[in-house]
Design a protein around this ligand. Structure first.
Ligand SMILES: Nc1ncnc2c1ncn2[C@@H]1O[C@H](COP(=O)(O)OP(=O)(O)OP(=O)(O)O)[C@@H](O)[C@H]1O
Length: 604
């Protein structure tokens, strides 16, 4: 996937290879704080949706015109489904192609076709990062990939530090990003990190799709403050936003109000739109958030048939009124993509984005970040426990149902009995069954920086090997229970998932509901996880910042409800589970042994 991505498309934030000197008529600035000023104009953009017979069924955008200027923050506002994201995608040139969508209109960049281009950044709604990397590492990797011309590591670090300071990320620079499971930086910080990653190559135009979605009021304000500062630095900033609080609304310089894909107002923000709507008798009450007033004014009220009709009439009237006074935004160039942007951003008079790093450079950094990321991830003994068990289980369930057919045939011939077959199978599989966990342990242990002592390493390998045998025995039971490999492949991992959930990491003994308390006792994941945790945490001391932080490994074990137990206990429990699955396999195979129709003498 990475290979495909590298050869197929550089993504919106990266400049394609280009001739840096081809700067058109515009001079790119020579200082890092300066950006090439860009004015965007779009006119008569219409986007329609047709059915499979080619008949237009709906307009997503109707005759939308507008303008975004450098040094100003433009907000595209409107109710849900009004076409904000569609318009933003059209402006960025990234409206997903579909045979049912028809797009027309014009767009200029500084009075020229936009393919003549400038560097742009598109900050999407979802924040996608390697969750185990820190903020600084994420930005450093982005800088190394996008700014290969800054050869000096020191200079690149300075540049990253500058960005961290500028976006208010310096305090969390060395925190991991985190995800739903491992707490990392806040939602607002993630949004600002997304923005920072896009800003590395000093884009002239910044598009942001709903940058405040999912944030609390304070974080939303901080994020919008950052956008406002970027506009003040000379960037052209365009963001879509649903319904901002009033302090956020005050930050906008210009506003486009969309309702059902049509423009209801476009022009200066703050009091101007309120004055404009006053002319039609719609007064914003004192102390009401203007954004809320505007949103109510241009939304369909679905509470009753009458309210739908009256709100629709009001919106149609406002759209018609605005189209009559629409400032003439005329562009000559049909909509194209930004792909052939050729003007590189510059820092200190030097081009920063002549080229992306070559393949090898990108490959090296991606591998590096993946290793860094997986190192931290694999520190969780849970990952080692799940990986070992799943590998052993799938290996067995994919093979055993086929083998069973042969066993049944031989048994029916009386070649061998079930008991000796199972015992010989167990003994014969010891070397192969142990090979994978030992290999896995040998690679993972030093990579994950686990406790560097030979005795702990030996115990680590012992625990995962025992677990692999238990998982394999469980695979035999599943294979004996169902008749096909496909069914075994469906049942085995599903059953294992239950054991993973009750494995002690997601749900531990103290918070397991009483009715499910038996599951962790028979979960091979839980015993392996417990053994690995005891092996790793016993005797550890942690650096603490607060008095309530966990200080010792023993306290960490208490937190998992593993206090007071020993590795020996977990190995014994695994042994019991292994015997349980073997015994169940024996009983199932015995019960399911092939039965043949008896040949009875004909009745006279
Ligand atoms: N490719 C598509 N095919 C069909 N319908 C689409 C397509 N893209 C957008 N739409 C429809 O167009 C309308 C506008 O969508 P858009 O995502 O632009 O709205 P929005 O104002 O950004 O909404 P929200 O605030 O909820 O994100 C929606 O009704 C959506 O379902």
């Amino acid at each position: 996937a990475f290979f495909f991505r590298v050869i197929s498309s550089p993504g919106p934030a990266l400049l394609p290879d280009g001739e840096p000197e081809d700067s058109g008529d515009e001079e790119a600035p020579s200082d890092s704080s300066e950006v090439a000023p860009v004015t965007l104009r779009w006119s008569r953009i219409t986007c329609s949706l047709s059915d499979k017979h080619g008949k237009t069924v709906r307009f997503l955008l109707t005759n939308v015109s507008g303008e975004a200027k450098p040094g100003r923050l433009l907000a595209i506002m409107g109710p849900s489904g009004s076409g904000k994201t569609t318009l933003l995608n059209v402006l960025v040139g990234q409206l997903a192609a579909s045979p049912r969508l028809h797009l027309s209109g014009h767009m200029d960049v500084n009075g020229k076709p936009r393919s003549h281009g400038y560097k742009i950044a598109y900050v999407r709604q979802e924040d996608l990062f390697f969750s185990q990397l820190t903020v600084r590492e994420t930005l450093s990797i982005a800088a190394e990939l996008q700014l290969p011309e800054i050869a000096s590591v020191q200079k690149r670090e300075m540049y990253v530090n500058e960005l961290l300071l500028r976006l208010g990320l310096i305090n969390c620079a060395d925190s991991i990003i985190g995800d739903a499971k491992v707490r990392g930086i806040s939602g607002g910080e993630k949004k600002r990190l997304s923005l920072a990653c896009e800003l590395i190559a000093s884009p002239s135009v910044i598009f942001a799709d709903e940058p405040t979605t999912g944030l609390d009021a304070f974080q939303a304000e901080k994020v919008m403050e950052t956008h406002e500062l970027l506009a003040r630095d000379g960037h052209t900033v365009i963001c879509s936003i649903h319904q901002p609080r009033s302090s956020v609304y005050k930050k906008f310089d210009d506003i486009v109000l969309l309702s059902e894909g049509a423009v209801v107002y476009m022009g200066p923000a703050r009091d101007e739109p309120l004055k404009y709507f006053e002319k039609f008798g719609y007064d914003c009450p004192d102390h009401m958030n203007p954004a809320e007033f505007l949103a109510d004014l241009i939304s369909i009220d679905y509470s009753s048939a009458e309210s739908i009709r009256s709100s629709q009439t009001r919106i149609d009237k406002l759209v018609a009124e605005f189209s009559e006074i629409l400032p003439s935004v005329e562009c000559l160039s049909p909509i194209t993509t930004w792909k052939s942007c050729k003007i590189p951003a510059k820092v200190g008079g030097k081009s920063l984005t002549k080229k992306q790093g070559g393949w090898w450079r990108q490959y090296y950094h991606m591998i590096h970040s993946n290793i860094r990321s997986s190192r931290r991830l694999t520190k969780h003994p849970e990952v080692a426990a799940i990986n070992t068990a799943m590998a052993a289980l799938t290996k067995t369930v994919s093979v055993f149902p086929k083998e069973r057919v042969i066993v049944d045939r031989e048994r029916s011939k009386g070649s061998y009995a079930l008991g000796p077959y199972l015992i010989s199978k167990l003994l014969a599989e010891i070397p192969i069954g142990a090979a994978f966990p030992l290999m896995f342990g040998t690679i993972l242990y030093p990579m994950a920086h686990l406790h560097p002592s030979l005795s702990r390493f030996t115990k680590f390998c012992g625990i995962i090997t025992m677990e692999a045998f238990a998982a394999s025995a469980m695979g035999l039971t599943v294979g004996a229970m169902v008749s096909t490999t496909e069914a075994a492949m469906a049942v085995g991992p599903s059953l294992m998932t239950v054991f993973i959930v009750f494995g002690g990491y997601y749900v531990n003994a103290e918070n397991t509901p009483v009715v499910f308390r038996w599951i962790p006792r028979i979960s091979l994941i839980r015993w392996a996880f417990q053994g690995l945790c005891i092996n790793e945490f016993t005797g550890l001391k942690f650096e603490c910042q607060n008095s309530f932080d966990i200080q010792t490994g023993e306290q960490a074990l208490e937190r998992f409800s593993f206090g007071g137990s020993r590795i020996g206990d977990t190995i014994t429990a695994q042994g019991r589970i292994l015997m349980f699955w073997y015994w169940t396999t024996y009983l199932l195979l015995k019960k399911n042994q092939p039965k043949y129709q008896e040949l009875k003498p004909p009745q006279l």
